[in-house]
Design a protein around this ligand. Structure first.
Ligand code: S3P
Length: 464
């Protein structure tokens, strides 16, 4: 991603040039250490909460992909001063100075979320409670993503929202209202984006706002609000259902935060290191929040050898429910075996299912992934995309409704794959290319830059 988003000032920006399409050759061995982009989910939220807090917030080591940049530009368009400086390892430090939620201004133009569903859903929740009229829009892929799931609850809180195609797709117009009414929302599909949109609206509502989910989704919004002085309650039922809630009216305080490495980016190296026959990779400072680390535990259940260390000791750094636990991970080649992945695992590893499918092609036995329908509503229809790409590489993969079945191990042979302009598919097919015979073409691979601009640089370094 080169260039500047409107309203964001930047320093030290060398940029990363990613070719539109990539050709990946098999690697004889994989070795090296990697630092990751800052966690994308946390980076978005840190920028949004900095915009809601009056005063100065500093964010260290945020992700610098296109998605996070979209959120930074939107915070600037709403009246925060946003300065970005790029670090040598590709992460970004931000300084945000904001007048606070009550001082934000009417945006002059459409708010461009680019490819980022998180920007669209979470800003919609914020804007619902501000006395402004705004339009959230994005690229072709974002315009296909569902918004009824946030329109319904935000409307019942008192905001006015409209979208294309019978209120189902962006662009999304939000006419905010202050104050909103608190609601008790029961989520139909587990979604951290929907939960977060409602909690962020709840900050500006009278009374109590809660969201109940059948399984726990990532809880960064809850942790980050607590860290900024907003009490958030979380109740877990014996069956795993979770209810989170907050009382409206609390001020979000400006704080400084350091973003851990993105475990969803780490997942590509964890799988590469596991399925390659001669591999040892170390990944520094990976965020291992309990609601995000499912991919590490699923891979271990498949037999992956992943060493986890923090501060010289086995395991992750401490989890106090406010900060974000992290660890350095080392992965070595392993013999994998198939597993059953149920709907709760799918929700917990929602962004990692494509790369998990690649791991399953190299695992002994039949891996079944059930209830993966939400994958059809991501940056692309990921069920169709992963099945087409892995089948082209020779994998034995079949789809029945929202269930995926993969038989392994199957040697992969290089072929033409298409990322469908979806970053997670682009990176999955590129990792497949490291173990396939011949060369693997990944069409529209530059989509990787929305979450991991240096992915192909890192891929080349560890494989050479
Ligand atoms: C995200 C939540 C997930 C995930 C997305 C980021 C977030 O979406 O797929 O990449 O930051 O809250 P859903 O919660 O809608 O499944």
């Amino acid at each position: 991603m080169n260039g500047l988003e409107p309203g964001v000032t930047a320093a030290g920006d060398a940029g990363t040039i990613t070719p539109r399409d990539a050709l990946v050759a098999p690697a004889a061995r994989l070795r090296g250490s990697l630092t990751l982009p800052g966690d994308k989910s946390i980076s978005h939220r840190a920028l949004m909460l900095a915009m809601l807090a009056r005063g100065e917030s500093r964010i260290a080591r945020a992700g610098d992909g296109g998605d996070v940049r979209s959120s930074a530009a939107i915070a600037a368009a709403l009246g925060a001063t946003v300065e970005r400086s790029l670090n040598d390892d590709g992460t970004a430090d931000y300084r945000v100075v904001s007048p606070g939620a009550d001082g934000l201004r009417q945006p002059a133009t459409t708010l461009d979320c680019g490819n980022s569903g998180t920007s669209l859903r979470l800003f919609a929740g914020i804007l619902a409670g501000l006395p402004l009229t705004s339009v959230l829009d994005g690229d072709e892929s974002l315009r296909r993503r569902p918004v009824a799931r946030i329109i319904e609850p935000l409307r019942s809180m008192g905001a006015v929202l409209r979208a294309r195609d019978g209120d189902s797709r962006p662009p999304l117009t939000v006419v905010g209202r202050s104050p909103l009414r608190g609601i008790d929302h029961v989520a139909r599909v587990p979604s951290a984006q929907v939960k977060s949109a409602i909690l962020l609206a709840g900050l500006r509502a009278e009374g109590w706002t809660s969201v109940s989910e059948s399984v726990a989704t990532r809880d960064h919004t809850e942790r980050m609000l607590r860290a900024r002085g907003v009490p958030v309650r979380r109740d877990v039922a014996p069956d795993g259902a979770v209810k989170v809630g907050l009382e409206g009216g609390a001020d979000v305080q400006a704080i400084d935060e350091r973003v851990p490495g993105d475990v969803s980016a780490a997942a590509f190296w964890l799988v590469a290191g596991s399925i390659h026959p001669d591999a040892q990779l170390t990944i520094a400072g990976v965020g291992l929040n309990p609601t995000r680390r499912a991919i590490v535990d699923l891979l271990r259940a498949m037999g992956a050898v992943i060493d986890e260390r923090a501060n010289g000791r086995k395991g992750s750094s401490e989890d106090d429910g406010v900060g974000e636990p992290a660890a350095d991970l080392t992965v070595r080649s392993a013999e994998l075996r198939a597993i059953d992945v149920g709907p709760a695992d799918v929700a917990a590893a929602i962004d990692e299912i494509p790369i998990l499918c690649l791991a399953a092609t190299q695992a002994r036995g039949t891996t079944r992934i059930r209830g993966a329908g939400e994958l059809r509503h991501k940056e692309s229809d990921r069920i169709a995309g992963i099945a087409a790409g892995l089948a082209a590489l020779g994998a034995r993969i079949s789809v029945d409704g929202d269930d995926i079945t993969i038989d392994g191990p199957t040697p992969l042979r290089g072929a033409a794959t298409d990322s469908l302009d979806d970053h997670r598919l682009a990176m999955t097919f590129a990792v497949a290319g490291l173990i396939a015979t011949g060369s693997t073409a990944v069409a529209r691979s530059s989509s990787a830059a929305v979450s991991y601009p240096a992915f192909f640089v890192d891929l080349e370094r560890i494989g050479s």
